[in-house]
Write a protein that binds this ligand. Structure first.
Ligand code: LMR
Length: 328
């Protein structure tokens, strides 16, 4: 008699196990930066919180450093449902047809993080995220990275110093125009290929927040950095809409909660991470760091602000006005 009871119990356990395994939802979260960056750390934080708050019903698998997809492919993978979650830079939504996001790329549009948060935490930010719905994407949050610095193998002090160089940029028409306004030649290159492009001389320089610059080891192949803080780079955390809408409402709410906590964490660490990265670059002794004088920065601003007008028909006058108004 004992044997069948044991057998029944074992079968029951197997069935429970199988249904538990079935009940677990996997979210593949792909991104292109190193783990040790604001986005990398926030993605890990979200994964942990999501698992905790859903009591194991959701497992978030984070794939960092373009391990799964590079810039362009990850957007396609999200729309196809091969991954469920991404946090692309706001500069990478143009190819998707949502050009309004390029407002974030306009040089000198935000004086500081407070200005930026007036947009990302307010109705303007929410309105922009809504624009993704027609592309089968739901926007969940904005995560900070930081203000960009320029780098090259020659000192970049005056506006004239920027002229004639080739710069790697993200896939944004506004950034293309920014480089042209400086007399440079823009080249769109995937983030994961940037180090090599700099190393082999395909391009001469680039722009990025210090955390990306340092964790991609760009300081090994760029002799000069100029602390221009001329533009912002941050993220929209996005999910495949069909997948998201198909989740049970309680699970979705738990994930929203995990996302709120991860967003607070991301935005709290972003500045520090960038400051620490700049310190590390300094310590490496490989790159000279230059802080432009007030006059030099003003000259850079004068050269770059015309980009706002030039790109207004692409981004939309209303969107630019909304941002001006929000930032006061
Ligand atoms: C870049 O391509 O430079 C950035 O968008 C990378 C990132 O995700 O921060």
């Amino acid at each position: 008699m004992q044997f069948p009871v044991k057998k029944i119990l074992a079968c029951a356990l197997l069935a429970v196990g199988a249904s538990l395994a079935q009940a677990q939802t996997v979210i593949k979260f792909s991104h292109v930066v190193a783990q040790d960056t604001p986005k990398g750390k926030a993605a890990e934080f979200f994964a942990k919180k999501a698992n905790e708050l859903t009591k194991g019903k959701v497992k978030v698998e984070v794939y960092a450093n373009s391990a799964l997809y590079k810039d362009k492919e990850e957007m396609e993978a999200l729309q196809l449902g091969s991954v469920q979650m991404l946090a692309p830079s706001l500069a990478k939504f143009g190819p998707l047809g949502v050009k309004e996001f390029e407002v974030f790329d306009l040089p000198f549009i935000f004086d500081n993080r407070d200005d930026l948060h007036k947009v990302t935490n307010g109705p303007v930010g929410a309105k922009l995220l809504k624009k993704l719905e027609s592309r089968g994407i739901t926007g969940l949050a904005y995560w900070d990275n930081g203000f960009k610095v320029f780098s090259a193998n020659k000192p970049l002090k005056t506006v004239a110093d920027y002229k004639g160089l080739k710069y790697r940029i993200q896939s944004s028409k506004v950034l293309e125009e920014e480089i042209r306004a400086l007399g440079g030649m823009p080249q769109v290159i995937a983030f994961g290929e940037t180090y090599q492009a700099l190393q082999t001389g395909v391009v001469d320089g680039t722009e990025n927040p210090p955390s990306n610059f340092y964790t991609q080891k760009m300081h090994e192949v760029q002799k000069h950095v100029s602390m221009t803080n001329h533009g912002y780079l941050g993220y929209a955390v996005i999910v495949n809409k069909k997948f998201w809408d198909g989740l049970p409402a309680d699970v979705r709410e738990q994930l929203n909660d995990a996302m709120r906590q991860a967003t607070a964490y991301a935005n709290q660490i972003a500045q520090d991470e960038n400051d620490q990265s700049m310190e590390a670059v300094k310590k490496s002794g490989k790159t000279t760091i230059y802080t432009p004088t007030a006059e030099e920065r003003l000259a850079l601003k004068k050269a770059l602000v015309p980009v706002h007008n030039k790109m207004s028909s692409r981004i939309g006058k209303d969107t630019i006005q909304d941002v001006y108004q929000a930032t006061g």
